[in-house]
Design a protein around this ligand. Sequence first.
Ligand SMILES: *Cc1c(COP(=O)(O)O)cnc(C)c1O
Length: 214
Amino acid sequence: MSVALNLSTIKNMLPEEIELIAVSKTKPNSLILEAYEAGQKDFGENKVQEMAAKHDDLPKDIRWHMIGHLQRNKVKYLIHFVHLIHSVDSKRLLDEIQKQAHKIDRKVAVLLQIHIAKEDTKFGLDEQELDAILKEKSTYSHISFKGLMGMATFTTDTHQIDTEFAYLKSLYDRIQSRLDQPAHLSAGMSADYPLALNHGTTMIRIGSAIFGHR
Ligand SMILES: *Cc1c(COP(=O)(O)O)cnc(C)c1O
């Protein structure tokens, strides 16, 4: 298993404008460095402490993406370095990000996570909550609203996944003009990214297909 080879195989299949986030959660710095040396600069993590430790130890031009459920009391540990928070799943979390970003006078980029899966174990906003947040967008002086993120149901039923990604894309198209440009739609993981590509994703989050199984 070669990280560099996996990366180039995936990259060769991707349209040039699609951004690839290498999901390095649970993986050691040595493997992250292999990907980094092969040219990968965007990495995704789902735990704040792990991401902060990796940020401390690894090259400073790595762009760190928070992709997992983020607890409000942990926001302060990533606010100064995070590149993009994909997983804003409540207004209360957004309020905390605004508060901490204001404190350090940094504008922080976020995606609003939409609940598109059938499973209720996955986090995210519904359409009404999304609209309510966007209505108050101008009150968030230190947040840059960059787009939407979604996770499809974990299933082999491709029709189900297609339906979920299509729904996410329709929401994205509806609100696109209200976002800070260039806007992003973050959808697709190792198992379902070819489907996400059919539904207008601009950012895919790939872990196991690059680094091997966790
Ligand atoms: C782990 C994770 C991924 C990557 O999953 P793989 O199946 O390993 O590609 C993508 N997005 C989120 C939110 C994750 O937690």
